[in-house]
Structures are given as C-alpha cells and as structure tokens.
Design a protein around this ligand. Structure first.
Ligand code: ZN
Ligand code: ZN
Length: 142
C-alpha cells in the first residue's frame, strides 16, 4: 500500500497547485482584458471629446478683417488688433482674436480664451445651435 500513499502525497498537491495556478492565470487574464477594455474606452472617449477643435471645425468659424472702428486687443497674444488683420469671431460669445492666435488656442482648447464658452455644441441639441453670424461681403453690390 506504499504506492497509493505516494501517489496521493505527490499527485494531490500537484493537482491542487495546478488548479490554483489555473485560477490565478484566469484571474490575471480577466483583469488584463478588463483593463485593456477600459483603456480602449478611455482612448475612444478622448478621441470623441478631444479637447481641441479639428481643422474642419476651425474653418467653419467666421473670419473677418479688422477695421479701425475700435481699440481691440487679442487676448491670446495680448497685442492690439490692427486694421486689416484677419480676426476670428467666436460665434456664441462674439469675442474676437487674431485668427492665427485663436486657431492655435482652439486646436488645444475648444473654449473661448476669455469667457470659456464652449465651442463644441452639446451633442443632443446640435439642431438648436444655429450660427447667426452674417458676414457682410464687400462685393455683393457691384
Ligand atoms: Zn493675437
Ligand atoms: Zn468669449
């Protein structure tokens, strides 16, 4: 009766260890899968709600040429906006800046540099936000 006792003494702990190891590997695998899924979800969320505006979205913002009607200052570069310089007017809050300055800012932050008004329309109510900026073209009346 020596053999079965040795068998029990060796095989049982071995299979027990194997079982524990298998469960452990299973848990590690599950944890890795969950973490990867979370990372993918976070990455796609970041892509969807990326903080800055895309080039195509920037191009939709109206660009005007500054006149000499008032003393403007670009809040991005803190220099005055001279007559003839291209400015971009934010459609919701009507703040205006040098176009290159605010483009650089908006590429990283989709909010007005002055009042923090978001330039990304809320996804549920995109239809409610209509651009009301009318550009007065100079060559309409020939
Ligand atoms: Zn500027
Ligand atoms: Zn603003």
């Amino acid at each position: 009766m020596l053999f079965p006792r040795i068998f029990v003494a060796i095989v049982l702990p071995f299979t027990g260890t194997c079982a524990v190891f298998a469960v452990y590997m299973c848990l590690v695998y599950c944890a890795m899968r969950i973490r990867r899924r979370e990372e993918e979800a976070a990455a796609s969320e970041m892509k969807n709600t990326s903080k800055g505006l895309q080039r195509s979205e920037l191009d939709k913002l109206p660009v005007t040429v500054a006149g000499d009607e008032k003393d403007w200052e670009c809040s991005v570069c803190l220099e005055s906006i001279e007559k003839g310089q291209k400015t971009r007017v934010l459609p919701l809050c009507k703040h205006s800046f040098h176009a290159p300055c605010v483009d650089r800012w908006l590429a990283g932050n989709a909010v007005c540099p002055i009042c923090r008004t978001s330039l990304q329309p809320p996804k549920a109510t995109t239809a409610a936000v209509a651009p009301v900026v009318v550009l007065s073209g100079s060559d309409e009346n020939c």
